[in-house]
Design a protein around this ligand. Structure first.
Ligand code: BTN
Length: 243
C-alpha cells in the first residue's frame, strides 16, 4: 500500500481521480491518490464531505480484490475501518477509538472518519475497488453534528504523514490477511473494536427499542438481539440513540 502515490495539491474528489486513473492507465493494487484540498468530497448516500485544506487526510486506495466475491464486499469495509481505527489508536492510547458499523470510525463517541467504498465489478467478482478515506485530523472548527477531529479530542496537532503511514501499514496487513483466507480473523478484530458490541443500547429504527449488537453478517447486515428476538438491519435502517 502506498508504494505508488498520486499527490494533488487540490482536486474535486480523490475517489473520482482514482477512477479516472483506473480508466486511463494500468494502475497497480495499493496505488494511493491523496490531496491537501478536496473541493467536492463525496460522502455516503450522495452527501458531501467537507474538509478544511491542509488540515486532514483525504485519500483513496485502489484495490483489485478479484479473490473476493461481490457478496463478500463487507470484508473490505471491515479492513478499511479497522485499519483507520488501529492507525489512530497507535497515537491515542488513552482515548476510546472504535469502528462504528458499517464503516465509520468514532473517537470518544464522535465521528472522526468516514469511508466511501466504490466498486467496479466484472460478473460476480471485483475488478477494482476504490476505498476513499476522510479523516479529520487537525481541523478544530467542525460544525457537523456528532463529528470531531483528532486534534479536538486530544488537544495537540498530529503529523499527517506519520498518521497516513500507520494507517497504510495496518491496511496492508489486514488486507493481506483477508487475501490469504483469514476473513474470520478480520471479522473477529472488527467485532472486538465495534462500538456497542454486546452492550445493551437504545436504537432507533421504525420504533425506538433496546438491543445488543451480536454480529455482522458477511452481507454487512447488523444482527441485533432485542426483546422480541434477533433482528437484522441494512445500512441506514438503524441508528444509535445517544444520551
Ligand atoms: C461518509 O459519508 O462518511 C464517507 C466520507 C468519505 C470521504 C472520503 S474523503 C476521500 C474520498 N474522496 C471522496 O470524495 N470521498 C472520500
Amino acid at each position: 500500500m502506498g508504494k505508488m502515490v498520486e499527490y494533488m495539491p487540490s482536486c474535486h474528489s480523490t475517489n473520482d481521480s482514482a477512477r479516472e486513473l483506473i480508466s486511463n492507465t494500468a494502475i497497480s493494487e495499493g496505488h494511493i491518490v491523496i490531496t491537501d484540498h478536496q473541493i467536492k468530497g463525496r460522502g455516503q448516500r450522495g452527501n458531501s464531505w467537507l474538509s478544511e485544506a491542509g488540515k486532514n487526510l483525504t485519500f483513496s486506495i485502489v484495490l483489485k480484490p478479484s479473490f473476493l466475491a461481490v457478496t463478500e464486499q463487507f470484508y473490505l469495509n471491515m479492513v478499511a475501518s479497522l485499519a483507520v481505527r488501529n492507525g489512530i489508536a497507535d497515537f491515542t492510547e488513552e482515548a476510546k477509538c472504535e469502528v462504528k458499523w458499517p464503516n465509520d470510525v468514532f473517537l470518544n463517541d464522535r465521528k472522526v472518519c468516514g469511508i466511501l467504498i466504490e466498486n467496479l465489478i466484472k460478473g460476480t467478482h471485483f475488478d477494482y475497488s476504490i476505498v476513499g478515506i476522510g479523516l479529520n485530523v487537525n481541523q478544530l472548527n467542525i460544525s457537523v453534528d456528532r463529528a470531531t477531529s483528532l486534534s479536538k479530542e486530544m488537544g495537540c496537532e498530529f503529523d499527517l504523514q506519520l498518521l497516513l503511514d500507520k494507517i497504510l501499514h495496518h491496511f496492508e496487513s489486514l488486507y493481506l490477511k483477508l487475501k490469504s483466507g483469514n476473513g474470520v480473523w478480520v471479522k473477529e478484530k472488527y467485532l472486538q473494536h465495534l462500538l456497542g458490541f454486546r452492550e445493551l443500547r437504545r436504537f432507533k429504527s421504525e420504533f425506538e427499542f433496546a438491543g445488543e449488537i451480536v454480529d455482522v453478517l458477511d452481507s454487512g447486515k447488523l444482527k441485533v438481539r432485542t426483546q422480541s428476538g434477533m433482528q437484522f438491519f441494512e445500512f441506514k435502517e438503524i441508528e444509535f440513540i445517544w444520551n
